[in-house]
Write a new protein. Structure first.
Length: 170
């Protein structure tokens, strides 16, 4: 079971005006955006920020922002998320947040292609079979909310908005 939050109707309408009708068609499927996610799966609970492979506008916004401003701001936001990991699509590699360096981010950016590869910043809590683990702790719902709130600054940094408009900047 997944629950996700993405831009509201008003923000989606602004982005549609920016993109134009043809390019904005992908916005209709909410998962084809940058979004915050809380997932309950058979083997784990996950809290994440995800940028779908088809969310080229959010991914391009991030790529353009990193070109314009450099990666220091992104690294700082990622490193504030101790226990999370930056992931590229469904690749086996991962980049643990909390200790990311410029070299590690450069490595990630060497492989990540906006509009082709999904990007996620996720934290998973394994659900051990037949045992009470961290994922089943009674305080986990409050923790999930706090972790999602902690991802909001990163979401605002990555996703296109009027305040974070790097989509068509030269």
């Amino acid at each position: 079971m997944w629950s996700y939050a993405c831009r509201d109707k008003k923000a989606k309408a602004r982005l549609k005006r920016t993109l134009g009708a043809d390019l904005a068609k992908d916005l209709d499927a909410a998962y084809r955006n940058a979004y915050l996610c809380a997932a309950v799966e058979s083997d784990a609970i996950e809290v994440s920020l995800r940028v779908h492979a088809d969310a080229w506008y959010d991914a391009t916004n991030l790529a353009n922002r990193l070109k314009a401003e450099g990666v220091a701001g992104w690294i700082a936001r990622l490193n504030a998320l101790e226990g999370f990991r930056l992931r590229l699509a469904d690749w086996k590699g991962e980049w643990p947040c909390g200790a990311l360096t410029r070299d590690r981010i450069d490595e990630f950016l060497k492989y990540w292609k906006p509009g082709e590869h999904a990007l996620s910043v996720e934290r998973r809590f394994p659900a051990p079979p037949g045992a009470r683990g961290e994922a089943l702790d009674p305080e986990m719902p409050e923790r999930i909310v706090a972790l999602l709130a902690g991802l909001v600054p990163l979401y605002r940094f990555v996703a296109w908005s009027e305040e974070s408009d790097f989509l068509f900047r030269k």
